[in-house]
Write a protein that binds this ligand. Structure first.
Ligand code: PLP
Length: 335
């Protein structure tokens, strides 16, 4: 789910390779760029005055969302409720933070089922998770409904838009801070945002949520730090800033349209070969191709990965071109 960085992002990454935004007093330039990058992410996600930072990726953002919710709630045995479609990073979050992860079934369209989520919630639920662009099928959960469910239970709502966040602004989905009372969000510049790795985004609506993550930093000139990592890559931060400066919004819109058209094209190609296809609602296609055919494709050099249920999955990232897909479809047809 990563891609070739945009040339401007690559250039910025090289220039700030030796800067450390984890020490903002010593590295004020990268720190100022980080503030601007967070502002840009806020604009993209409908959040005025965003609180947040450029993280190492979606995993860190998810861990931090669970950590903030756990720290804010006064609960002895906290639990988090997420759909089974949630990224495996929530398992890591639950493990390192000592929080129980409860996974709710999804509906027939592979979206979080609000009734199933509701059933798992109790007084110890500190966080409900919704996914805006699932890793395996690109599904967008019903965020406004999940937000109501979370807040009725006194929990926070986290939206994982790590992959979907840079394409969803050009769709009609209700997924962001503007559409619902979302508390925290992960959105990764190093995925559809075309920044260099590592560049994730962690956003919070309220300052108190970021404050719940802060620890004192006695040996630095700045007094506290809310990030999970200490020393961080200035390259990731600068490249996130540069990619968004270059591409938001027109460049990202163009890329979304190209990627979505590619996804629909390859979905049709799978269907004309007789395979069942999971409808690509975002630029991600899964098709029920037999394991043997997948192995034959792999032996011809195609890097294709399966879903948990075994479908062949193609993510139409910016480096995936139509001619690449045409050549893939020709190989598929010959098999
Ligand atoms: N969340 C979602 C929805 C993802 O698709 C991914 C990765 O693909 C992640 C989180 C984890 O992101 P990262 O690998 O950048 O930590």
């Amino acid at each position: 789910m990563c891609t070739e960085p945009h040339p401007a992002a690559r250039d910025a990454a090289e220039r700030f390779l030796a800067a450390n935004p984890g020490d903002p007093t010593t590295y004020p330039t990268i720190s100022a760029l980080e503030d601007e990058a967070v502002e840009a992410l806020g604009e993209m996600t409908g959040l005025e005055n965003p609180h947040g930072y450029i993280a190492s990726g979606g995993t860190e953002a998810n861990i931090q969302a669970v950590r903030a919710a756990r720290n804010l709630a006064e609960v002895e045995a906290p639990n988090v409720v997420a759909p089974i479609s949630a990224h495996f990073s929530f398992q890591k979050a639950a493990d390192v933070l000592g929080v129980e992860l409860r996974l709710a079934e999804v509906d027939s369209n592979r979206r979080a089922d609000p009734d199933a989520v509701n059933e798992l919630i109790d007084d110890d639920t500190v966080l409900v998770v919704g996914i805006a662009g699932t890793t395996e099928y690109g599904r967008v959960d019903p965020i406004p409904t999940l937000s109501e469910i979370a807040h009725d239970a006194g929990a926070l709502l986290h939206v994982d838009a790590a992959w979907g966040g840079f394409v969803l602004p050009f769709t009609d989905y209700e997924w962001n801070f503007d559409h619902a009372a979302v508390d925290t969000m992960g959105i990764d510049p190093h995925k559809m945002g075309q920044a260099a790795v590592p560049a994730g985004g962690f956003l919070a609506r309220e300052k108190r949520v970021l404050d719940a993550l802060a620890v004192e930093t006695p040996y630095l000139e700045s007094t506290s730090q809310a990030t999970l990592t200490g020393t961080r890559s200035g390259a990731g931060v600068a490249s996130a800033w540069a990619a968004m400066d270059e591409l938001w919004p027109a460049g990202y819109r163009e890329q979304y349209e190209r990627s979505q058209a590619n996804a629909e094209w390859i979905a049709d190609a799978f269907e004309s070969c007789g395979y069942d296809v999971v409808d690509p609602v975002l630029p991600l296609v899964a098709a029920d191709v037999p394991r043997k055919t997948v192995e034959s494709l792999q032996s011809r050099g195609w890097r294709v990965s399966p879903t948990g249920s075994g479908e062949l999955r193609i993510v139409c990232m910016p480096h995936v071109t139509r001619s690449m897909l045409e050549s893939f479809a020709a190989d598929l047809e010959s098999l």
